[in-house]
Design a protein around this ligand. Structure first.
Ligand SMILES: Cc1cc2nc3c(=O)[nH]c(=O)nc-3n(C[C@H](O)[C@H](O)[C@H](O)COP(=O)(O)O)c2cc1C
Length: 178
């Protein structure tokens, strides 16, 4: 059984035949601008929720956990997401305000990784995010919290069929040597 499952997994499709190129030398110097460009290209390629990403947090024993989230914005505060403060991730972020995001756009063979410290944004910004949810009914939720990751690192990754996958990494002060 486990052998046939192994073969089933091995036979699944790899990256698509056609993938965009990516030349870090001509990419925007600002990672936010590059992310906007890649998100637009993911939408154009038909990705349904290109703003969905995994969020990894860590508990008090060092055990990581991850789950999917929606990116709400990127601005001077950082890369924003929202959740309930009393959720597992909310409790883990209170105790250890560090996290990592990972976006994956299969039709383009692209991933973007973001990691760094997390801050809590204002009550007003959190309330606005709650109010703007799809199917919002006008009720409030004092437990809802908007957070922002302030990236210590951002890595743009482009798959390539010759396996020379391209990694383009930014630190807090700009592009890092490859
Ligand atoms: C595509 C997708 C988007 C999601 N977006 C959010 C979100 O923005 N905020 C949120 O709290 N949960 C979101 N969820 C649910 C979370 O993945 C998770 O199940 C929930 O927040 C509880 O996580 P926790 O127990 O680790 O705290 C989303 C799930 C999926 C599959």
């Amino acid at each position: 059984m486990s052998d046939s499952f192994r073969r089933q997994l091995r036979a699944l499709p790899d990256f698509p035949d056609m993938m965009p190129g990516f030349d870090p030398a001509t990419a925007p110097a600002d990672p936010t601008e590059l992310f906007h460009q890649w998100l637009d290209e993911a939408l154009a390629a038909g990705e349904r929720q290109p703003h969905a990403c995994s969020l990894a947090t860590v508990d008090g024993s060092g055990q990581p956990s991850s789950r999917m989230l929606i990116l709400k914005n990127i601005d001077d505060d950082g890369w924003q997401f929202a959740t309930a403060r009393t959720s597992r991730k909310g409790r883990e972020l209170s105790a250890n305000p560090r996290a990592a995001l990972n976006f994956y756009w299969p039709s383009l063979g692209r991933q973007v990784r973001v990691a760094g410290p997390v801050v809590e944004l204002s009550v007003e910004a959190s309330a606005r995010d709650w109010a703007e949810r799809p199917r919002a009914d006008g009720s409030g939720n004092p437990d809802w919290q908007l957070y922002a990751i302030q990236p210590a690192e951002i890595e743009f990754w482009q798959a390539s069929h010759d396996r020379s996958h391209i990694r383009h990494k930014f630190g807090p002060d700009g592009v890092l040597p490859g």
